[in-house]
Design a protein around this ligand. Structure first.
Ligand code: RNT
Ligand code: ZN
Length: 412
């Protein structure tokens, strides 16, 4: 179907496709660097990522250096319509020096900032509280040992400072997201003490205040992880309360709740108590939280809530998945485009009709409209978007992705 006739079909439902395309082009997605190298990073060490977030698989082509990762990112952004952001983790520093986590400085990330400037990308940042000898107990900011807590507090302080300097250099405030793996494999006898220690460490770490135009603090909860099945110190209730009391962003990772919980349902509730939200869009599967996102119901519902509840302006959309069994670049491209496709569908919904029906308790009409509009020609609108943004679709996309993957397979 041509764009013009699809546009007329949507107009019939009272939906303005031009407005939807304009809006979609303005929504940045923060693509996570760690899909490109299986969460390994560029520190002088080998081994797995630790903290229960190991990527599995051995598909060829993993980026081994910052230059390889940037090349893969450039290719991937070229396949994604619109202009976006890069979400960097502190373990992805780019320097010949070997600073420990409590020694990192802005200069170790300056090449990323120069590159982001050159590419027209915004940056986001994350302190790395895992994959380190001082995290081997699965306790960091809540560790009973003051020395270990101080080490991680220093890492967190430096990360915030680095993020603020990145923000100043790029004129766009990074979200600095804090996730710690802290928890217990078996049932603890004291859940209060570690939570008090985490609270105190966070307070010490965030004592320095930064303007919201420089950087934004976010905190990320989790239900459980491999190795911390019995108790996660930074639970949802812990960080929800923390974010409200301390006016930070709350990060909702879609893989960090019980599988029957619906993260889309949480957005409006959370938005009544916190100013801004960070999303880690992910796809949980059984005990794993990080499969590549599909255009599935969970993603569509999150996008619908962002549009229906007018939350786009105060939600930072970040992605969080890693799959080492497939092309890393294809995973980025398909996952990010799926987030955009979900947003496009949400922007193309006849919200007035749906909300009117609901207010009048006419649930029959609501059902008929949600189901009938599933047949609308979203594909033609997406093709038009990609066309205007000059990115490939369909068979060309498939062959471009395959060609790039072949070109990196010699990396070993
Ligand atoms: C882990 C969290 C966290 C990480 C990244 C690498 O469960 O989701 O966001 O995935 O920091
Ligand atoms: Zn996450």
């Amino acid at each position: 179907m041509s764009y013009e006739s699809a546009k007329a079909t949507f107009a019939d439902w009272g939906v303005d496709t031009e407005a939807a395309l304009t809006k979609l082009a303005e929504i940045p997605i923060s693509m996570h660097c760690w899909q490109g190298d299986d969460v390994v990073g560029f520190e002088a060490k080998s081994g797995n990522s630790g903290g229960g977030i190991q990527a599995t698989g051995s598909h060829p082509g993993r980026a081994r250096t910052p230059d390889e990762l940037r090349a893969d990112l450039e290719f991937s952004y070229g396949m994604i319509p619109g202009s976006h952001r890069l979400n960097l983790h502190a373990c992805y520093l780019d320097t010949d020096q070997h600073p420990d986590r409590d020694e990192i400085e802005y200069s170790h990330f300056a090449p990323w900032v120069d590159w982001a400037k050159d590419q027209g990308l915004g940056l986001d940042f994350n302190p790395t509280f895992f994959a380190h000898a001082k995290a081997d107990d699965n306790l960091t900011l809540s560790h009973p040992d003051q020395g270990i807590r101080d080490f991680w507090i220093e890492h967190g302080k430096r990360s915030r400072d680095i993020a603020a300097q990145m923000g100043a250099a790029l004129g766009s405030a990074p979200v600095n997201n804090i996730w710690v793996p802290d928890g217990y494999k078996d049932t603890p006898v004291d859940r209060m003490a570690p939570r008090q220690r985490l609270e105190q460490s966070l307070t010490a770490m965030m004592a320095q205040k930064y303007d919201k135009t420089q950087m934004l603090d976010a905190v990320e909860s989790k239900l459980f992880g491999i190795g911390v099945e019995a108790c996660t110190v930074g639970s949802h209730e812990f960080y929800m309360g923390y974010a409200i009391r301390n006016e930070t962003l709350l990060c909702l990772d879609m893989g960090h709740f019980h599988p029957t919980e619906n993260v889309a349902d949480k957005l409006s509730s959370v938005a009544l108590s916190v100013d801004e939200i960070l999303l880690h869009v992910s796809r949980p599967m059984r005990w794993d939280s990080d499969h590549v996102i599909l255009l599935d119901d969970a993603i569509l519902q999150v996008a619908q809530e962002l549009v229906s509840a007018s939350l786009l302006d105060r939600t930072h959309i970040g992605l969080d998945f890693f799959d080492a069994t497939i092309s890393r670049t294809a995973a980025w491209v398909i996952g990010t485009r799926n987030m955009q496709k979900a947003l496009l569908r949400a922007l193309l919904a006849p919200w007035n009709k749906l909300k009117d029906a609901e207010t009048q308790l006419d649930f029959t009409s609501r059902l008929v409209v949600t189901e009938e509009t599933k047949d609308l020609p979203y594909g033609a609108i997406w093709l038009e978007f990609c066309d205007r943004m000059e990115v490939a679709t369909g068979k060309v996309l498939i062959s471009d992705l395959a060609r790039y993957q072949t070109s990196v397979e010699g990396r070993g």
